[in-house]
Ligand binder design. Sequence first.
Ligand SMILES: [Zn+2]
Length: 98
Amino acid sequence: MTTLLADDWIVARKKHRCDACCGTIGAGDVYRRQRAIGDDGPYTYKCHRLCDALYWKMHRESGLWDDDAVDDGELRRELALIFGVLTAPASDDRERSR
Ligand SMILES: [Zn+2]
């Protein structure tokens, strides 16, 4: 079970890594930052606006419940189709809960 502690849209003051596409969130970019406590402890999830929008589009089209998450691999494949590049898998598979 995951407990969401904070869910904010932030203007980046420095570079970050997008947890959805593994790309760089540049300084000055607006990104989504979620802080939560999952089964493995606290974590922070950061992603681009476009990656977040695609996530929720896929979530809607899949007919998932609010608590269900889009598969990270499926999201990365869709992002790769959009950007024309294959993104590296995340170092760990964090659970997304919304
Ligand atoms: Zn991204």
